[in-house]
Write a protein that binds this ligand. Structure first.
Ligand code: GUN
Ligand code: FE
Length: 462
């Protein structure tokens, strides 16, 4: 385990998003951190194994992207030296972008998955590590589990390894990982559900990302009501389940996800990169579903969770653009009388105060909301809501020290002749809210000076 810190008092301005619509700014504040340890960023869905492919998408969409780029790369991680290179680079990069916690998909290889857990532990990143399960003929011959039994025994081997290196899961937690329904036999899905119930471990998978994928699920699982029902009937919709994407869920699927208290990882960069669709995040939030953010690298072109937060804002503006003015039109689904696209969601409570701002505008996520999804929302998704994600007594010191107003977010004068110097003057006149907005939309890893997890310094930019 990482070394414990001395008792430390940190002073400065502290930013956090205690609730969806609140940006808390504590100026001239001091926080005491005990021997044991904010804006910390949480990546609820990322494929560490796909890190070398970030930015490589071509013109593919989900299913041909998997066969063209993803399966060949993942399969090559049977080589442990290669896996070490890839996983070290991925963890180093995500830490340098301020990701204090990540929920990782590895590959189907036990040794390489165990290595991912070891490197997270060594580098001090809080992580959920999943050995990817995929046993049916939809997967290529060169990269699939031989049988449900082998997939389960390999998963158990990874759980046992993580239990041996971090017995209390203080930093690393195993996560049960069926790749997605089309990759798994019913027998494997039900065995994984049983394993989750036996171990009370979290589960991660994909759902309703792409319309061809949804059609495949209904062909492969004809006896089920819908995609979510496949997970439901196999014991995989639990309060510890993180469902990535969830773009095209029907109202009854959403109601089921809400009832089971399963969580959703919104992956806006990936959804745009693979042209999977526009996730109606406001509807999910209005329904009371817990939502966090994932980069889904390499479906997403970047492993930066700050970029995912930015894209969440931008995608929500596209959703607003495609939303009719009036909730009644929105409820119709498909297109309205004028042939313009409307979202599927049924709006039942049009008189409610929540429509006091325009129906279209409500679809837009604010700066506070984007940052909330990347921090506290993510913590709640992963069952860490009591542990990290706010500056509260008893919580662990997972934080990021951000320097605002430098070259990265347009405020500095490093190496740029003329203009930027004037901006420094202007900077003094900006409110904290404006500075934070600039960081969200214009910042990058140059703003991230230090990153702490459980009180340990895990990244420093010099
Ligand atoms: N569905 C099944 N596998 C994957 C994957 O690796 N990435 C994404 N984005 N979706 C998937
Ligand atoms: Fe994914």
């Amino acid at each position: 385990m990482p070394p414990k810190l001395q008792r430390t008092i940190y002073t400065g301005t502290f930013l956090s998003t205690p609730s969806l619509d609140q940006l808390q700014i504590l100026e001239f504040h001091a926080v005491g951190v005990d021997e044991d340890g904010i804006i910390r960023h949480i990546n609820t869905h990322i494929h560490a194994s796909q890190y070398p492919n970030t930015g490589i998408i071509g013109k593919t969409t989900l299913l041909d992207w998997l066969s063209t780029y993803t399966f060949p790369l993942e399969s090559s991680l049977s080589s442990l030296p290669k896996a070490r290179l890839v996983y070290t680079a991925c963890i180093t990069r995500t830490l340098s972008h301020g990701t204090t916690t990540a929920s990782y998909f590895a590959t189907r290889h036990v040794d390489a998955t165990n290595l991912l857990a070891d490197i997270c532990l060594e580098k001090g990143q809080r992580a959920f590590v999943g050995r990817v399960c995929m046993d049916n003929e939809m997967n290529p011959d060169y990269y699939r589990d031989e049988s449900p039994e082998q997939a389960i025994s390999d998963t158990v081997a990874t759980i046992a390894h993580i239990d041996s290196v971090d017995p209390t899961h203080e930093l690393i937690t195993p996560i049960i990982t069926p790749r997605f329904a089309p990759s798994c036999s019913s027998s494997l899905l039900s065995s994984l559900g049983a394993l989750a119930s036996l171990t009370n471990l979290p589960i991660q998978t994909h759902i309703s990302e792409n319309t061809s994928e949804i059609a495949l699920v209904s062909a492969l699982f004809p006896d089920h009501d819908h995609y979510a029902d496949v997970y439901e009937k196999n014991g995989l919709l639990t309060p510890r389940t993180v469902l990535a994407h969830a773009i095209h869920l029907s109202p009854s699927e959403r109601a089921l996800v809400k009832e089971r208290e399963s969580r959703i990882s919104h992956c806006p960069v990936s959804n745009t990169s693979l042209s999977s669709g526009l996730c109606p995040v406001r509807e999910l939030l209005d329904q009371g579903i817990t939502v966090g953010l994932g980069t889904d690298a390499s479906g997403g072109y970047s492993a930066s969770i700050l970029i995912a937060a930015r894209e969440a804002g931008m995608v929500s503006r596209m959703v607003a653009h495609l939303t009719p003015e009036h909730p009644d039109d929105d409820a119709k689904g498909g297109v309205n009388e004028k042939g313009l696209p409307v979202t599927e969601e049924a709006v039942t409570d049009k008189e409610a105060a929540k429509y006091s701002t325009s129906h279209k505008d409500r679809k837009k996520l604010s700066v506070e909301e984007c940052l909330y999804l990347a921090t506290r929302g993510g913590a709640k998704c992963l069952g860490l809501g009591e542990k990290v994600g706010a500056f509260e007594v008893g919580m662990e010191w997972d934080v990021q020290l951000i320097e605002l107003g430098n070259a990265a977010d347009g405020g500095g004068d490093e190496g740029v002749e003329g203009g930027d110097k004037g901006l420094v003057e202007l900077w003094g006149k900006e409110t904290w809210g404006e500075k934070v907005a600039k960081w969200l939309f214009c910042g990058d890893d140059r703003n991230t000076r230090k990153v702490f997890v459980r009180g340990r310094l895990v990244h420093e930019r010099r």
